[in-house]
Design a protein around this ligand. Structure first.
Ligand code: ADP
Length: 490
């Protein structure tokens, strides 16, 4: 293994190491083209990261496996204290992380600061959960023995994260894995490795022993992940990304019967019922649609508004959207940043055009901004027919199609008419209707009169094609634990 120097500042132009194995920054074995890291606010490359490959995978698993026993056997309190230190460091370095996120992801400054706080909170939350891995002991009904149930760390965990929340998607996986006693290999998205590099470096400073957290940055995700999953020592996979890639990974994980936690695509319906508090609903909608520029699996993707409110809803949202400041995240006054890449802009342009062809009317927005960088105007499309293509696609940008409905049954039927089932939003002042919607909407999460739902203390996850397992809350740690039953004579 050849060591390179560590990342003193990942924002300094030049090459940065992207492979961290057993506590060292390592040069990839094969000479490959570096990853160009693009600033979405300009479209220009501002730094590069070394790209590793399949030939580096065995060393990653070796390092994680050799740290496995001692990390699992470390007192839970000691593991918890390291996570708590990581939380403190991250909060203290909030500005540095926010700048990294803005530079490589393009989001608005306020969004990046909020992401850092949210991301750090997973360290604090799981510092507390590390000492609360419950088991239980009961006498068997026959009376002959004790049934002792304990939880054990599953082993080496592979964590794969997307570009939309470069910090939070990583900490949401790293923190529970470490709390459970598992060493990890993190593979961030090729667009946003800098935040991951900084996180790994922070965790080392927080006291994580060598080999417990390892990192591979690559533009050969398919080959690298397949190689890692073919190693029988990798026992858990936690993935956040598209349903399409999730399906491939589930098949690859099947070979070694790897435990999978999958946070996949969403297509969230946002329902405004006839009796909704309209101002509240508009406020919640702006958050649900435009938080993180719409690049969130939780983003409101299909808006169903009762026909009696549709005109006022449109008018109020158009006014709010027109008032938004769009521009580079480093200008802290901007409220909506850039999309991550050119293909994302092309995709969104195509979706808007398709919605117009289907009969929708652009009430505001509809264009990318005429300047460098990947900016798109906040966009509302009204009168969208319920069978339009845009309602089947995860938009992942600041565009909202609105469909009107006249009766509750149609709203619920249309909302459930999707293979996705991550989250559903609903606004109503009627408690019993709210409870009915909570019960009947097919989603892992329901936001009732709320525009934001993510919380490290709550179980995050979807049903149907939106995924398997839950992250955060007391449940998140179970993705990295096995249950063991020991029978003992009474
Ligand atoms: P998104 O649409 O958000 O980019 P992806 O599912 O394409 O979602 O990517 C999420 C993560 O999965 C990223 O880290 C990406 O590099 C990784 N990825 C993409 N394709 C594959 C693949 N075939 N095998 C393993 N990981 C992949």
């Amino acid at each position: 293994m050849t060591e390179t120097s560590g990342p003193t500042s990942v924002l300094i132009p030049g090459r940065h190491p992207g492979l961290y194995i057993g506590g060292d920054w390592v040069t990839p074995k094969a000479r490959r083209k570096d990853l160009d890291i693009v600033d979405p606010a300009t479209g220009g490359v501002f730094t590069t990261v070394e790209s590793a490959g399949e030939e580096d995978c065995a060393a990653l698993v070796d390092a994680a496996e050799s740290a496995r026993r001692s990390w699992a056997e470390m007192p839970p309190r000691a593991r918890g204290e390291i996570l708590r230190t990581a939380w403190q460091l991250m909060i203290a370095e909030s500005e540095r992380f926010a700048e990294l996120i803005v530079r490589e992801n393009g989001k608005a400054w306020g969004e990046a600061v909020a992401e850092v706080a949210y991301a750090a909170e997973f360290f604090r939350w799981f510092a507390e959960e590390a000492v609360r891995c419950e088991g239980d002991m009961r006498r068997s009904p026959s009376g002959t023995n004790w049934i002792m149930v304990t939880r054990e760390a599953i082993g080496v965990a592979l964590l794969i994260t997307p570009w939309n929340y470069p910090a939070a998607m990583a900490t949401r996986k790293i923190a529970p894995a470490l709390a459970a006693g598992c060493p990890v290999i993190l593979k961030p998205a090729a667009e946003t490795p800098l935040t991951a590099i900084a996180l790994v470096e922070l965790l080392a400073r927080a006291g994580v022993p060598d080999g417990v957290v390892n990192l591979i940055t690559t533009d050969r995700a398919g080959e690298v992940v397949r190689t890692l999953l073919s190693d029988p020592r990798v026992r858990a996979l936690s993935f956040t990304g598209s349903t399409e890639v999730g399906r491939i990974l589930l098949a690859e994980a099947a070979r070694n019967i790897v435990k999978c936690s999958m946070e996949l695509g969403g297509n969230a319906p946002f329902l405004v019922m006839a009796d909704a508090d309209l101002e509240d609903a508009v406020e919640g909608f702006m958050l649900a649609k435009l938080r993180n520029g719409g690049s969130a699996c939780t983003a409101a993707n299909r808006v169903f508004v009762h026909s009696s409110l549709a005109g006022d809803f449109t008018e109020m949202v158009v006014e709010r959207m027109k008032g938004m400041r769009v521009g580079p995240g480093l200008d802290r006054a901007n409220e909506l940043g850039a999309l991550v890449s050119e293909p994302e802009i092309d995709k969104i342009r195509g979706l808007v055009a398709g919605a117009e062809r289907a009969g929708g009317q652009v009430a505001t927005g509809g264009l990318s901004l005429g300047r460098p960088g990947y900016f798109f105007e906040p966009t509302l499309i009204t009168n969208v027919p319920v069978d339009a293509e845009i309602l089947d696609v995860e938009i992942f940008g600041p565009v909202a199609p609105v469909v009107t409905f006249d009766d509750v049954e149609s709203a619920i039927r249309w909302a459930n008419d999707s293979q996705s089932g991550l989250i559903a939003y609903a606004y109503t002042r009627d408690l019993s209707l709210g409870m009915e919607l909570s019960r009947r909407l097919e989603a892992g999460m329901v936001a009732l009169n709320r525009g934001v739902i993510s919380d490290p203390a709550a179980p995050f996850g979807g049903i149907k094609h939106s995924g398997l397992g839950r992250e955060g809350s007391g449940e998140g740690i179970h993705e990295f634990l096995e249950t063991k039953y020991t029978a003992i004579p009474f």
